[in-house]
Design a protein around this ligand. Structure first.
Ligand code: X6L
Ligand code: MG
Ligand code: MG
Length: 189
């Protein structure tokens, strides 16, 4: 029998919209918090986690007197609108103990919506694409792992990411790699 279907499940290739998010954590068990966030996203009935980046340890930017971050990125497929997805991500931040005290300060988990299909949204609550993503190596290095070659931003993002990874001054180092396909449990312990 011949298989003429493109790779991936029907859900992965056509239902809903593709979105890219950035994840960060610098308080508590940082790697576990990233994994918990991915599992919460996957558990949501209208979100599927398609691909995950490596995890990078990154020097804090903006407010520098705080612990190092673990940062990563993920490609999602979702039937939620951009604003619904943002609100779902904020609920997950709260569920994972996010407290909002110091601006740019330490956080158990930070989930940022970077891209949603080709949507351009100049809303005060949600700006798409994320207005500062192209200036932040701790976003672009992991994003380069999950963007597909065909994406309109692939060349630009991976060019900046390669330079940042080679330049030790950017303070970004590979920490660990998650094999999402083989992470069959996908459960929050
Ligand atoms: C001047 C002024 C230059 C402000 C940069 C940059 C502010 C980034 C905030 C900035 C400025 C941010 C993370 C982080 C934060 C993170 C790492 C932010 C918000 N989040 N550093 N700093 N990873 N490494 O996820 O992104 S606070
Ligand atoms: Mg952030
Ligand atoms: Mg945020």
């Amino acid at each position: 029998m011949e298989d003429n279907n493109p790779p991936g499940t029907e859900e992965q290739r056509s239902v809903g919209s593709e979105a890219y998010i950035a994840l960060g954590a610098n308080v508590g068990n940082r790697e576990q918090l990233l994994r918990d966030a991915l599992n919460l996203l996957e558990k949501h009935p209208e979100i599927s986690v398609l691909r995950v980046s490596s995890i990078y340890e990154t020097a804090p930017v903006g407010y520098t007197d705080q612990p190092a971050f673990l940062n990563m990125a993920a490609a999602l497929r979702t039937t939620l609108s951009p604003m619904q997805l943002l609100h779902a991500m904020q609920a997950m931040e709260n569920q994972l103990g996010r407290k909002r005290d110091i601006r740019w300060g330490p956080r158990t988990i930070d989930l940022d919506l970077l891209l949603y299909e080709q949507v351009i949204l100049p809303d005060e609550e949600l700006t798409l694409p994320h207005p500062r993503m192209m200036e932040r190596a701790f976003v672009l290095v992991p994003l380069g792992d999950v963007l597909q070659n065909e994406h309109t931003l692939y060349k630009q993002v991976t060019a900046i990411a390669q330079r940042a990874l080679q330049d030790r001054g950017e303070g970004i180092a590979l920490w660990n790699t998650i094999n999402w396909q083989d992470a069959s449990a996908h459960s929050v312990s």
